[in-house]
Design a protein around this ligand. Structure first.
Ligand code: ADP
Ligand code: ASP
Ligand code: MG
Length: 453
């Protein structure tokens, strides 16, 4: 049994949905199909909710457009005998959504949970429509089995509970295709609607694949596979035919948008391979991601992660960096600040810690209190934050064995006038991460891709 996930562009138009239908109807056995909201809809819902909560009434016009877009797809692709039932369900959801916007425009505020509720309508509607379009499929409401828990200010999947509920929802063997919405979930305690984060449909699909021990997870998107780098920035990015779980995990956590980063853990753990395929070119071989593959020891891909910041701890030359490092890491991660990487201590006895840009202030506060005594006594001179940074990550199993690669790449950047703010500490065997200013990131990515691939 396979799990197939179709992203926003794959379910965005009548033409792309006709491809989805062909792909799923042509399968030899029943599968689970996870779908995103119609392409671009989640962004529109965010903008519309914000605008409504500012008291503007352009939500009425937006609701007409959203409604027409869904109606057009139902009209064009759902067989006549199911059209009314499918449209009945979708239009009831549209009515609720319109009422929520109206409410927001009256109360003039947008609580986080209300925004989560608004966003859920995208996947709730698209999944009903896709189930209606397919030849023989039933709809499953993912709000019934995807559960999250609060972790600091984030909602993260409650893996154990979700795993059990998925097994109950989809008894095996499947009799027909089962279609469900990605991304959306409920809080396990309050029952309120939550989600797994932007791009989270991939993760829904992975959790289902892992719970049911699927043979394969297929991520259907709008490119021919996992590419050596971001094709929107580097035009000659090439398809990677095979790669390992670890490589894909590293590339995605450092910004390769093709898979939502947490997706890989659950399937990696169960050794379920992932295939990246193109809905618009379904016969292309795509990328096969599994435990091991040929060509270890060379660079597989390069990715870039923006919106990061560097917190620099300037110690003294006598500082014990291993201890500073451990204490800094613990102070941050125990309090919900994600440490993206820790750089080499530099010649000036400072060492950089890279965190998401919006966590720099919180991180600074935590580190100032962790090292308050050292700051008073001068063992730590300063702790300072710098925003608008990007990490360029060079990934390949055991590339650390390529002698001098890191130095060569850093040199390439220096020669081209790009300042390197930090280089990763060599903890990972798989990745060399180089931090540059975001203003230099695209050029750095292009230069590194050219030099390394
Ligand atoms: P979906 O809507 O199918 O989830 P996404 O937009 O989330 O699609 O991801 C696919 C997009 O990721 C591609 O269109 C491509 O522009 C971008 N992308 C960034 N880096 C890579 C990469 N290394 N390989 C492939 N695609 C990438
Ligand atoms: N619709 C959601 C988003 O746009 C989830 C997804 O597409 O995976 O982020
Ligand atoms: Mg995506």
């Amino acid at each position: 049994m396979k799990v197939l996930k179709f992203g926003g562009t794959s379910v965005g138009t009548v033409e792309s949905l006709a491809n989805v239908k062909k792909i799923v109807d042509g399968l030899a056995e029943p599968a689970i199909v996870v779908v995103s909201a119609l392409g671009g809809l989640t962004d529109r819902l965010i903008l519309t909710a914000r605008s409504a909560s500012e008291g503007k009434n352009d939500f009425e016009e937006e609701m007409v457009k959203i409604s027409e877009r869904h109606r057009h797809i139902v009209e064009s692709l759902v067989p006549d005998d199911r059209k009314e039932a499918v449209w009945g369900k979708v239009s009831a959801l549209l009515k609720e959504l319109g009422d929520i916007f109206k409410g927001l425009s009256l109360i003039r505020s947008l609580p986080d949970r209300t925004l989560d509720l608004v966003l859920s309508y995208g996947e709730r509607m698209s999944s009903i429509i896709v189930a209606g379009i397919l030849e023989d499929a039933e709809h499953h409401d993912s709000l019934g089995f995807m559960r999250t828990e609060r972790w600091f200010n984030k909602d993260i999947a409650d893996r154990k509970l979700t795993d059990r509920l998925i097994k109950e929802e989809f008894p095996l063997p499947l009799r027909r295709h089962c279609v469900t919405g990605g991304f959306i979930s409920r809080d396990r305690d309050s029952g309120e609607i939550t989600n797994l984060g932007r791009g989270g449909s991939d993760y829904t699909a992975a959790l289902i694949a892992a719970a049911l021990n699927a043979n394969e997870l297929e991520i259907w998107t709008d490119v021919d596979g996992f590419l050596t780098t971001d094709p929107r920035i580097v035009k000659d990015a090439r398809i990677i035919p095979t790669m390992t779980f670890v490589e894909s995990m590293e590339l995605c956590s450092y910004g390769a948008k093709v898979i939502y980063p947490p997706t890989i853990y659950p399937v990696f753990h169960k050794n379920i391979p992932i295939r990246i395929l193109n809905t618009f070119n379904p016969t292309a071989p795509g990328t096969f991601i599994s435990e091991s593959c040929e060509g270890d020891g060379r660079v597989r891909g390069v990715s870039v992660l923006g919106k990061t910041g560097v917190i620099n701890i300037k110690g003294s030359l006598t500082s014990n960096f291993a201890e500073l490092n451990t204490r800094a890491y613990n102070a941050l991660s125990r309090n919900g600040v994600s440490v993206l990487l820790v750089g080499h201590p530099g010649e000036n006895a400072d060492f950089p810690i890279v965190v998401p840009e919006n966590e720099v202030e919180k991180g600074l506060g935590l580190l100032e209190s962790e090292f308050s005594q050292e700051l008073r006594e001068g063992d730590v001179e300063t702790i300072a934050g710098d925003k608008e940074m990007s990490i360029v990550a060079v990934v390949g199993e055991s590339i650390k064995k390529i002698v001098g690669l890191g130095a060569r790449l850093v040199n390439t950047l220096w020669r081209n006038g790009i300042e390197v703010k930090a280089v990763s500490d060599g903890v990972s065997e798989t990745t060399i991460a180089i931090v540059v200013r975001s203003a230099d990131a695209s050029r750095a990515l292009t230069l590194i891709h050219e030099a390394a691939i």
